[in-house]
Design a protein around this ligand. Structure first.
Ligand code: SF4
Ligand code: ZN
Ligand code: ZN
Length: 326
């Protein structure tokens, strides 16, 4: 068994691009240090800021919440976890119980938003009645709720658990399809606008999926092990993911260099973000960002339920209490 490059005890992980083997203790230090360094390097969060952390209960979001909680005192960050119960049957129920257990273990006060209670319909119904794929509806709902919560609670930024193995294949796919602006949206940070659009940050930008998995295991944290029933593992995404995985095995660090150069290009093109934001207007129902007079969430819910649910969701979020306060 390989030995830890720092202390000589039993290693639990090999990190090829850093040419290191690490034991549990030094891997935890390494992972949390990498998240802190990403925050500093890309200016994701400033000292004393509050950050809404999207927690689905999967290994990546659990790793994100744990790492941010660990580094919060040093950066004086206020961590506000939010879990959205999407109404996806047993998968959602299991996710909720995992999030409760993780919150208890980490000692954080998590907010839970039940979509069915807040909107009057969960993902399967919204998808079936709108004739749109569940994942498209789910993505729209999650983006809307996270932004609305950040605005209602006056939070500085929204953090999501996207790691390099989520982002790199998607970035490459968009480039291959000639959509450079979609690729550049995968930067570590997107700017926000006070009272309207929350800044979005990706503190796991430089860590891999495998590192997230080992981190939550060595931290002794639970995570949802079953896949959402709507998970689709085929198509072009899966091929690109496999290609990048194999490429990185032969040339360790190539994925990281690719995403670093993308981040650099995105920073150099910050005027693109400003231009996209300048094209946004306020939804006439809920007041949140929209490309036309009605935002995607209000349009979807108006079509399915007969009235736009944006204002109601904002009201529910305003009154929501975290787990421990109940
Ligand atoms: Fe939502 Fe699709 Fe992910 Fe399931 S697989 S949680 S429906 S985005
Ligand atoms: Zn060690
Ligand atoms: Zn709206």
């Amino acid at each position: 068994m390989a030995k830890c490059s720092k202390c000589g005890s039993k290693a639990v992980i090999k990190i090829p691009y850093a040419r290191m083997n690490l034991c549990e203790k030094h891997f935890i230090e390494y992972f949390e240090g990498r998240v802190a360094a990403t925050i500093e390097k890309y200016g994701l969060l400033r000292e004393g800021e509050s950050v809404l952390v999207a927690v689905s209960g999967g290994k990546d979001s659990v790793a994100l919440l744990s790492a941010l909680t660990a580094i919060a005192p040093e950066l004086r960050l206020k961590i506000i976890p939010l879990h959205i119960h999407l109404g996806l049957g047993e998968y959602s129920d299991e996710s909720l119980s995992v999030v409760k257990e993780v919150s208890r273990k980490l000692g954080v006060n998590t907010y839970i938003l039940n979509l069915e209670e807040a909107v009057g319909a969960a993902i399967p119904e919204l998808s079936a009645k709108s004739n749109r794929p569940p994942c498209a509806v789910c993505g729209l709902v999650k983006r809307y709720v996270l932004n609305a919560a950040a605005i209602e609670w006056g939070v500085d930024a929204v953090a999501t658990g996207h790691h390099i193995d989520d982002l790199a294949p998607y970035a490459l796919k968009n480039m291959l399809l000639g959509d450079m602006s979609a690729a550049l949206k995968l930067a570590p940070v997107t700017t926000g606008e006070e009272g309207y659009l929350a800044r979005r940050v990706r503190p796991l930008y430089e860590v891999t999926e495998r590192e997230c998995l080992i981190y939550v295991i060595v931290k002794g944290l639970p995570f949802v092990r079953t896949l959402c029933p709507n998970t689709f593992l085929g198509g072009m995404d899966a091929l690109i993911r496999k290609f990048l995985y194999e490429l990185d095995l032969r040339h360790p660090g190539v994925k990281l260099r690719f995403m670093r150069s993308l981040a650099k290009t995105a920073t150099g093109r910050s005027t693109d973000q400003a231009r996209i934001q300048a094209e946004l207007t306020r939804c006439k129902y809920c007041g949140l960002p929209s490309r036309s007079d009605v935002c995607g969430f209000c349009r979807l819910t108006e079509r399915v339920l007969g009235s736009p649910a944006g204002p109601r969701v904002r009201e529910v979020l305003r009154r929501l209490q975290p787990l421990h306060a109940k």
